[in-house]
Design a protein around this ligand. Structure first.
Ligand code: SF4
Ligand code: SF4
Ligand code: SF4
Length: 344
């Protein structure tokens, strides 16, 4: 959904609620407290510098989640990068290419994108029936049996990650990365399939707080390689998926999301609705408007064009962006794979 459309919807919701959303209430006062990640919260650090764009993570994700499988030959098809893609009901994660002009020509970086599994998720807050749930371990889970299909979560998500199964009119679901969470898993979670599949150790699974420390270590050790920004440490109140990049994140198409926890708006609306007993017809009108505005989303997550010129990039970073990670491998920063994390 483009920003103008999103802004319009939020204004419409505010008007529809007759300003009730901003009414002071004990619930709203309580909701203003910042939710911190639990100590046991797990996450994934995505080091964009190391990504080769092989898309094996996509293939592993599809297989692990019972989605349409990706043939090995398909992974060789570079033409796929000519158009930016976004996660959808049949692909919980996608890798896009971003290109940059610089003095020596053009270089590219590859960016894996999926649900960020926010620390304080707006989608969870927006869901009126509790179909979405945040677990202390990190994942945001979804219960299709509870979902009423209002798609309000799609509007609330600052990263525009939930996708709707329009192709299943009778039993549509909201689909997004599951964090490969298995409700029956003894430890409450498992190493994501995409992490296990990545041959470049671009994806690191571990405790969120340790990943943040590791990310800052990498930046401090190689400031000529990385921008000094761990995306997801603070954005939207923090996310389980964290990113390191050789170029500013806006050049990767990441939305400039504020650091404050995102659910305040959506909680305010809900609390206003229930405190002031909004007439059901008004609420139905809002949900109807939401459904209409979210009926199709063609614009990729935070990406206007995978081939657009995003300006100049420092030469040192370009050396890495070219795909030569030897400098990284020469460093003392040994990449950690999922097995390393498990072995702890
Ligand atoms: S990225 Fe969006 S869908 Fe995923 S947890 Fe955050 S708010 Fe929810
Ligand atoms: S964590 Fe699992 S569901 Fe999410 S992108 Fe990785 S493989 Fe797919
Ligand atoms: S498997 Fe790893 S290197 Fe390959 S595209 Fe995915 S994140 Fe990048």
């Amino acid at each position: 959904m483009d920003p103008d459309r999103r802004a319009f919807l939020r204004r419409a919701v505010a008007i529809g609620s007759g300003g009730l959303a901003v009414a002071a209430s004990p619930a709203r006062a309580n909701s203003s407290s910042h939710i911190e990640a639990a100590p046991q919260a797990m996450g994934v650090l995505v080091d964009v510098v190391r990504c080769s764009g092989c898309r094996r993570c996509e293939a592993a994700c599809a297989k692990a989640n019972g989605l349409p499988e990706i043939d090995p030959e398909e992974l060789e098809d570079q033409s796929l990068f000519e158009q930016a893609r976004r996660p959808g009901p049949d692909s919980f994660t996608v890798v896009n290419r971003r290109t940059f002009n610089h003095d020596d020509g053009t270089s590219a970086v590859y960016v894996k994108q999926n649900c960020m599994h926010c620390v304080d998720p707006a989608c969870v807050s927006a869901c009126l029936v509790g179909a979405l749930r945040k677990l202390p371990d990190g994942p945001v889970t979804y219960d299709a049996q509870k979902c009423m299909g209002c798609r309000y979560c799609m509007v609330a998500c600052p990263f525009e990650m939930p996708a709707y199964e329009y192709a299943r009119p009778l039993t549509p679901r909201v689909r997004r990365c599951t964090f490969c969470f298995d409700e029956d898993h003894a430890n409450g979670g498992t190493i994501p399939a995409c992490v296990q599949a990545c041959p470049k150790e671009c994806l690191i699974y571990g405790r969120r707080e340790e990943l943040i420390a590791k990310a800052h270590e990498r930046v401090a050790r190689q400031p000529d390689v990385y921008v000094d920004h761990v995306y997801g440490e603070f954005e939207a109140g923090g996310t389980s998926w964290l990113y390191l990049s050789p170029v500013p994140f806006e050049q990767l198409g990441f939305p400039p999301v504020a650091a404050s926890s995102w659910p305040r708006l959506t909680e305010s609306i809900q609390h206003g609705v229930f405190k002031h007993f909004m007439p059901p017809v008004a609420w139905c009108a809002i949900l109807g408007l939401t459904a209409w505005l979210t009926r199709r989303r063609e614009i990729p997550f935070g990406v206007d064009s995978a081939s657009s010129d995003n300006g100049q990039v420092g030469r040192d970073r370009i050396a890495v962006v070219h795909g030569d990670v030897s400098r990284l491998e020469e460093s003392h920063d040994e990449p950690q794979c999922a097995a390393d994390i498990l072995a702890r």
